[in-house]
Write a protein of this length. Structure first.
Length: 228
């Protein structure tokens, strides 16, 4: 399995897959227009969603990621987006944001302590959070045997520990595939952590739209919206 440094140039293949495009549709329907708002995109990677937030009319978008390789790719795309190497705390030094987004970031927290630190970092940066991570109720049989048709295979590769199920994700596309280690946190663990971080309201977004029925019923992603 590869590291983010080595797969940076191919990572957006996930966003271009059937499952990735479905996720975008659900996310954009939830977020709506962003005119007059500021957005901090934590774990922005190559800036894919940072650019979507700008396209939605956000007045200011700041993308933060720990991977220098990912940030280098993000900065190579012309635009008015600011990119920083660091975490949510670094982004929050510029002031609180109207919306904080964390796309496929908390699934990489290996312990509850790491998860809680991430969630508290989001809360420091802003009161409104959009969090996208692995679906805690995934149909592992479906994603492990038929997920390739949607561009992603997810296969558990170890026992669940303290509410986190480790799994291997394989992204497939026309030119090849790549795999990396990830994890799926139980919904109740995430909700408890968000409340502890200071978010009073936590809502799970129900996916819907134009996608294969089995993908709508059991998507590889889960979306939570939290507000203080």
């Amino acid at each position: 399995m590869e590291t983010y440094a080595t797969l940076a140039g191919r990572y957006d293949q996930w966003n271009l897959s059937v499952a990735g495009r479905f996720q975008q549709d659900v996310v954009l329907a939830e977020v709506g227009g962003l005119a007059g708002r500021t957005v901090l995109d934590v774990g922005c990677g190559t800036g894919f969603y940072s650019r979507l937030w700008a396209a939605q009319g956000a007045d200011r978008v700041v993308g933060v990621d720990l991977s220098e390789e990912m940030i280098a790719i993000a900065e190579s795309v012309p635009g008015e987006i600011e990119y920083l190497i660091g975490d949510a705390t670094l982004g929050a030094q510029d002031g609180r944001f109207d919306l904080v987004t964390a796309m496929w970031l908390v699934n990489h927290a290996l312990t509850r302590a790491e998860l809680e630190a991430m969630l508290k970092g989001f809360a420091v940066a802003g009161d409104d959070l959009l969090l996208v991570t692995a679906n805690a109720d995934s149909d592992w049989d479906l994603l492990g045997s038929h997920g390739g048709r949607y561009g992603v295979l997810q296969e558990p590769n170890g026992p669940a520990v303290d509410g986190r199920q480790p799994y291997k994700a394989t992204i497939s596309y026309a030119g090849g595939s790549f795999s990396f280690q990830s994890g799926s946190w139980a919904t109740d663990v995430l909700v408890e952590g968000l409340h502890a971080a200071g978010y009073k309201s936590v809502r799970r977004v129900v996916p819907g739209g134009d996608a294969p029925t089995e993908l709508v019923d059991a998507p590889p992603f889960m979306i939570l919206r939290a507000s203080a």
